[in-house]
Structures are given as C-alpha cells and as structure tokens.
Design a protein around this ligand. Structure first.
Ligand SMILES: Cc1cc2nc3c(=O)[nH]c(=O)nc-3n(C[C@H](O)[C@H](O)[C@H](O)COP(=O)(O)OP(=O)(O)OC[C@H]3O[C@@H](n4cnc5c(N)ncnc54)[C@H](O)[C@@H]3O)c2cc1C
Length: 376
C-alpha cells in the first residue's frame, strides 16, 4: 500500500481514537445516535468521501472508503454503519439518477447535513428480494408507494430513503422518498444485540406520493441497479467487520501485556501466544482478500462479484472468531462492559447476516465457481 493510503489510514485512526472511541461505550449503553462521532466525521469531511467534487464530495476511491470504514469501525462499529449506509442509500442515485435527482439528494448527504438509508428488506422478504410486496404505482406525474420495509438502518434519522418497490409482475424500481413526504412513517426503535448506536426501524409507506422526478432512471430496472451496488456495499460491510476485529485484537494484545498471572504477563504464555498469532493471521488474510476484491471492483473485472462475496464471508467469519478469542484473552473481565471487547463481539455478529447472509455469499461463490469465473 502506498504512503498516501497509509497517511490517510493514520489520520482516520487518530480521529477515531480521539473523537469517536471515547463515546462508543456510552452510545452502546444508551442505544443512542453517535452524535459526537458524526460531528467528528463531518468536521473531517468523511461523509463526502465517495461523491464527485461537483456534488460536494471529495471523489475518493473505494480503497479509501474501505480504509475509512475499517478505522472508524475499530473504534465504534455503529458510527461506521451510519457512515456506510449513507453511501449505500445514495449509491443508485449517483450511478443511475438524473442530474436533477443527484443535485436534489447528494450534496446535503455529502456534507453530512442529511442522512440516507436503503430499504429492501420487508417483514416477509429477506434473502429472496424477488418476493418484495411494496408497490409503486404511476398516478399522473407522480408515483404512489405502499408497503412496509423492515430493519432499515439510519431510520428514522435519515432524510432520504432509497426504496426498492414493485412496478410490475417482475419489475422493480428504486424510488427516493423524503422523510417529510406525506404517507411515510416509522416503526418503533428496534432493540438490538449490537450496533446499538445505529438507529433501526421499519419504514411504512401508506399512499406515499412522490413526484415523478424521484424515480431512479428506469422504473423497471431497480433490481439490476441494486445488484450493481452490492459489490461496493459488501466490500464496505467486510471492511466494517475487519475494523471491529482489529479493534478487539488491539485491545486483547494490550490487555495480555498488562495483566499478570503466575508471576508473568499473560503475553508470555505460549498457549495464548498461539491464539494471538492465529488472530493476526485471520485479520491479515481477510484484509488481503478484501483489498484484492477492491482492486477487482475498481478495475471492473467480472471476478469482482465472487471475490467480494469471499471477502465479506472471510472478514465477517474471521471477525466473529477474533472478537470471541479477544474476549477469552480478557478472562472474566472480557465479559464485563467496562472493557470494549464484549461490545465488539456483539456488534460483529450482524456482519455475518446483513448485506446478504454468509449462506447467500456461499451460493454466489459456488455459482461463479461452476461458471468458471473464479480462477485467477
Ligand atoms: C441490524 C440490522 C440492520 C439491517 N439494515 C438493513 C438495511 O439498512 N436495509 C435493508 O434493506 N435491510 C437491512 N437489514 C436486513 C438484513 O439485510 C436481512 O436481515 C438479511 O438480508 C437476512 O434476511 P432475513 O433476516 O429475512 O433472513 P432469511 O432470508 O429469512 O434467512 C434466514 C436464514 O435462512 C438462510 N437462508 C435463506 N435463504 C437461503 C438459501 N437459499 N440457502 C441457504 N440458506 C438460506 C439465511 O442465511 C439465514 O440463516 C438489517 C438487519 C439488521 C438485523
């Protein structure tokens, strides 16, 4: 990695250590929005990373976004989720939206003044999006949306909601709904195991009328648009998992140097040194695969799809294992909320589930294996 990326990583790491990590336990404990982190991310212009300068962003590449998410997640996974969901929520508008729609949605999100969310999951629809029941119907120049979206990150904090809705028997569109539109409402705050600083609610659309300009390009191609964004969003979730693993690993290494038993530091016990070595291998191998997947995505290589599924799978499975071992290395103190590793172990679980469960990632990889798309 060249020094430009290393310098960027170091600057986000400092920001996360100084301005984000000190509030992470309180955010988790009170299940509150990470206000301090968001203010710090805005002050550092990080919400604008992926957007073109003309839209108020800094036009950073995907590797920079991945590095930012890794470093923020190492301090506070919820804060990283708020950031990356903003990017996912605006991604179809950036890639396919009209200039008018981009100008309406993106600049405030890029500046961190507004948040965005993406809304696919429904009460009866998770892994299989083809069963979506939310509908969008043309009425004169408007669209009218009806349905219910479940587990929507950044709701109700976000201003913009990218809603995948059915427009025909096999057709779907992406519609940008604003939180002030008549007919949108939000369910109760979900009480979660982890990511407790990231707000999550249902989004309910009851005869929600939006102007025609708010559909993203072709209203029959929404499913294709969303699929096209999954490579990037899965890379960002992989980065989030990896960041959490790194945070837990760093905490465990520090703890084992300080804590003494049987007259010596825990770090001297060979059994524990073996665990630490295995954890380091899990983190570094997952990071190498993720950065390789990012390079394929950036190059537009068709192998990117399975490579990013492998990276999402490996980063999240390894992160679950690393956080569990990090807690073990803390002994009983790891189980107590005074130490960050128990929060990290709770936070990381969802990375094996959202943005396509790890079972779904395996299906994607196997499909591409049999299509001859996987070999280097
Ligand atoms: C905290 C949180 C935040 C979220 N944020 C968002 C968001 O912002 N936007 C959004 O749209 N959604 C969001 N989700 C939803 C998330 O993406 C879904 O929960 C996920 O896609 C899985 O869907 P499901 O829960 O309906 O599980 P199901 O699809 O019902 O799956 C249940 C189990 O069956 C397995 N399974 C399903 N199909 C197959 C198959 N073909 N082969 C083998 N196994 C299979 C799954 O892997 C899983 O283990 C969020 C969820 C949570 C908990």
């Amino acid at each position: 990695m060249n020094t430009e990326y290393e310098d960027f990583r170091a600057s986000v790491r400092r920001l996360a250590a100084d301005k984000i990590a000190p509030h992470a336990a309180d955010v988790d404990d009170k299940e509150r929005f990470p206000e301090e982190a968001w203010a710090a991310l805005r002050a550092a212009d990080l919400p604008g990373l992926p957007y073109d300068e003309k839209l108020g962003g800094s036009g950073a590449d995907l590797l920079s976004q991945v590095i930012a998410v890794e470093e923020v997640a190492a301090a506070c996974a919820s804060s990283a989720l708020v950031l990356l969901v903003n990017w996912a929520g605006t991604s179809t508008v950036v890639s396919h939206g009209s200039d008018e729609l981009r100008a309406e949605v993106v600049p405030r999100v890029a500046g961190g003044e507004a948040g965005a969310a993406w809304c696919m999951t429904e009460p009866t629809v998770g892994s299989d999006l083809s069963g979506i029941r939310t509908t969008a119907t043309r009425d004169g120049g408007d669209w009218v949306l009806n349905g219910q979206k479940r587990f929507i990150s950044n709701a109700p904090w976000a201003e913009w909601y990218a809603v995948l809705a059915r427009t025909g028997e096999k057709d779907f569109g992406v519609f940008m709904v604003h939180k002030d539109d008549a007919g949108i409402s939000f369910g109760p705050h979900e009480k979660k195991m982890g990511m407790r600083g990231s707000p999550t609610t249902d989004v309910v659309l009851a005869d929600c009328r939006i102007p025609g300009r708010r559909v993203v390009a072709d209203p029959t191609q929404g499913y294709r648009y969303i699929n096209g964004e999954l490579n990037v969003s899965r890379a960002l979730i992989a980065a989030q998992a990896l960041g959490i693993a790194q945070g837990a690993f760093d905490a465990a290494v520090a703890y084992t140097c300080d804590r003494r038993q049987f007259g010596q530091a825990l770090s001297r016990f060979q059994l524990l040194r073996g665990m630490v070595a295995d954890m380091a291998v899990k983190i570094e191998s997952a990071r190498a695969l993720l950065h390789d997947a990012v390079a394929l995505i950036t190059a537009g290589d068709p192998r990117a799809r399975s490579r990013v599924s492998m990276a999402k799978l490996l980063c999240s499975d390894n992160a679950m294992s690393v956080t569990t071992d990090a807690l073990q290395l803390h002994g009983g103190y790891g189980f107590i909320r005074d130490y960050p590793v128990e929060r990290m172990m709770r936070d990381v679980k969802i990375t094996q589930i959202y943005e396509g469960t790890n079972q779904i990632q395996r299906l994607v990889i196997a499909k591409d294996v049999y299509a001859g798309q996987v070999r280097s």
